[in-house]
Write a protein that binds this ligand. Structure first.
Ligand SMILES: O=C(O)CCC(=O)C(=O)O
Length: 286
């Protein structure tokens, strides 16, 4: 196995106006890291481990560990559950692959909604769907894009993480499995002998620090690696056109209905193998 991929650095902007964001990032669908997005949020100071533990430490939360790559796991499948407070203690004690994904903390602590706002950046935010992501040092999220095709604004509250991005147009050479939003590549150490087309792609990367927000455009692929334990909040926004929004709904149907149905009919392992072979065939033609 070789580790030869190189990445371009994602643009970083201290102060980004609404107009600059729309012209330079939203319209051309280019990622950017912004400091101004969450600049006035009390959340970046207030949402400490102790504060969240005091507010909803008793709530049982689903946890996810590594890997839908090299397995037939879906990226939305949890592996175990634990009281939120115990989980926060665990990640402060040392590295762990366990992480939380799409946690609706606001159901348990509605007061947290006062601690952030939706900046006017010319997008339609899905205001009922802010989510918390929490992970231990060394946890990672395999590369995928978001099922509903929404734009993602991910703000780092505590800790640091590395984000790797690929353009949506790269999906074939990323060996996307049909009927899914993911592939079988482990981006911690990509196997370029098995996935040679990766060498033809240009990926982007950045390190997110507390107070940074990354804009991940609709359908851009993302791999996330927790350099330290950390907490982040994602706000999501609809893509601009009705065609793109409709494609998001179709994508949910495809993954949630077709993929699962075929997995049950054919057998999960066999279906996974078929998708992997299919992905290689499409990549060869790309
Ligand atoms: O930061 C994370 O843990 C995962 C974020 C993610 O994959 C997403 O917002 O789609």
């Amino acid at each position: 196995m070789t580790k030869e991929l190189t990445y371009l650095t994602i643009d970083r902007q201290e102060h980004l106006s609404r107009e600059d964001f729309i012209q330079n990032y939203l319209k051309p669908k280019r990622p950017v890291v912004m400091r101004s997005f969450a600049g006035s949020w009390p959340a970046t100071q207030k949402w400490t481990y102790d504060y969240l533990k005091a507010g909803c430490g008793q709530v049982e939360v689903p946890l996810y560990s590594e890997a839908f790559a090299n397995s037939d796991n879906d990226y939305l499948d949890s592996t175990q559950s634990m009281a939120f407070g115990d989980y926060l203690d665990l990640i402060q004690q040392g590295p762990t692959p366990l992480r939380m994904f799409l946690f609706n903390v606001f159901k348990h602590m509605p007061q947290l909604r006062e601690d952030f706002s939706f900046p006017d950046l010319g997008v339609t935010f899905l205001k009922n769907h802010p989510f918390l992501f929490v992970g231990g040092q060394d946890a990672y999220v395999d590369i995928h894009y978001d099922l509903d095709h929404s734009h993602v604004f991910l703000t780092q509250m505590t800790g640091t993480k590395r984000v790797v991005l690929y353009d949506s147009a790269d999906r074939r050479k990323l060996y996307q499995h049909p009927f899914t939003v993911s592939c079988n590549i482990d981006f911690r150490n990509p196997d370029l002998a098995r996935y040679p087309k990766l060498k033809e792609l240009q990926g982007y990367e950045c390190i997110l620090e507390p107070g940074d927000t990354i804009f991940i455009p609709s359908r851009w692929w993302h791999f996330i690696e927790y350099s330290t334990a950390g907490i982040s909040l994602t706000l999501r926004a609809l893509p601009e056109s009705w065609t793109e929004r409709a494609a998001g709904l179709t994508s949910i149907m495809k993954l949630k209905v077709m993929d699962q149905y075929l997995g049950k009919m054919i057998g999960e392992k066999k279906w996974y193998g078929i998708k992997e072979d299919w992905a290689h065939a499409r990549a060869r033609r790309a």
